[in-house]
Design a protein around this ligand. Structure first.
Ligand code: R5P
Length: 311
């Protein structure tokens, strides 16, 4: 097995390599003066089972090109099998046509990865389950929920826990976390704009009074969704509010927004390495999913079950 890392998230790639006790493949993934990506693999990969680790996070297009060009280089170097390990799959929110004459960019990205030469894909908490079906090659979609549940149990066991979905679309995810927390009760934030031009109304479905609320979402971008949900929960009498997110996109001053919010803490996994999460004295903590991804890679290489990781 060989592990090749792009530049998007080297700390995660190194942590996965440590878990697998396998060094990262010697390679140079760099830019020409005009910003074209150039890749040179400095080890023989002929006949190897290669895993390319690259999140397509900010700068999304550059990181996507690195992934495609690394894959092309491996294919031309006769790697036996190439798995694109994309812990955060950028463009995932463009998974349908929101209106006429708009693209389905997540499908386009899936096509690009396949055409570049990937034989399989390994990702985590895809924004929508159907993205798995955008690929015609085997695609494993891991969940960060077991890692989050273990962290929540270790820190907040004994508190009056309640899992909260910040929107109606996230209920399945929230229910699955609640199940892992000894069937904790569930609440849902229902955002509605009653009339165009009027501000959004947050209705809470469920009685959150006196509960230690755990908001769960797949992506935190500007932080608006979670910060607004936390404010609404506090208003309804929640004792304390924490948030857990698989992908900390954290753009446009999210760390400051979270810092000033009613959230006691925001926990993001390390699928994305965002500088915002490192703000000193901030409320954002990183939780590593490197062992989970490492174990999935090991099982793919050994051809053993990946789904049993979640039993
Ligand atoms: C939306 O469907 C996603 O699950 C997230 O709720 C959303 O991307 C979060 O965005 P923001 O942090 O900018 O509110």
């Amino acid at each position: 097995m060989k592990l090749l890392a792009g530049n998007s998230n080297l700390p995660l790639a190194r942590a996965i390599a440590d878990y697998l006790e396998t060094p990262l493949t010697q390679a140079s993934v760099r830019r020409f003066a005009d910003e074209e990506v150039f890749v040179e693999i400095n080890e023989n990969v002929r006949g190897e089972d290669v895993f390319v680790i690259q999140s397509t996070s900010y700068p999304t297009n550059d990181n996507l090109m690195e992934l495609l060009i690394c894959t092309d280089a491996l294919r031309r170097a006769s790697a036996k099998r190439i798995t694109a390990v994309v812990p955060y799959f950028g463009y995932a929110r463009q998974d349908r046509k929101p209106g006429p004459r708009t693209p389905i960019s997540a499908k386009l990205v899936a096509n690009l990865i396949t055409v570049a030469g990937a034989n399989r894909v390994l990702s985590m908490d895809l924004h929508a389950g159907q993205i798995q079906g955008f690929f015609d090659i085997p695609t494993d979609n891991l969940w960060a929920a077991p890692v989050m549940a273990a962290d929540i149990q270790a820190r907040y066991r004994g508190r009056n826990l309640m899992v909260v979905s910040p929107d109606v679309g996230g209920v399945v995810r929230a229910r699955s976390l609640a199940k892992r927390l000894d069937n904790a009760p569930l609440a849902i934030v229902d955002k509605r704009r009653e009339r165009a031009g009027e501000s959004e109304v947050m209705n809470i479905i469920g009685d959150v009074e006196g509960h230690c609320c755990i908001l769960i979402d797949d992506i935190v971008d500007s932080g608006g969704t979670l910060c607004n949900a936390a404010a609404a929960l506090k208003q309804q009498g929640a004792e304390e509010v924490f948030a857990y997110c698989s992908h900390g996109v954290l753009s446009g001053g999210a760390a400051a927004r979270v810092g000033a919010s009613e959230l006691s803490e925001l926990v993001v996994s390390d699928t994305i390495w965002s500088g915002e999460a490192d703000a000193k004295g901030g409320k954002i903590r990183r939780l590593t999913i490197a062992p989970l991804i490492g174990e999935a890679i090991k099982r793919i290489a050994d051809e053993s079950s990946v789904s049993s990781l979640f039993d």
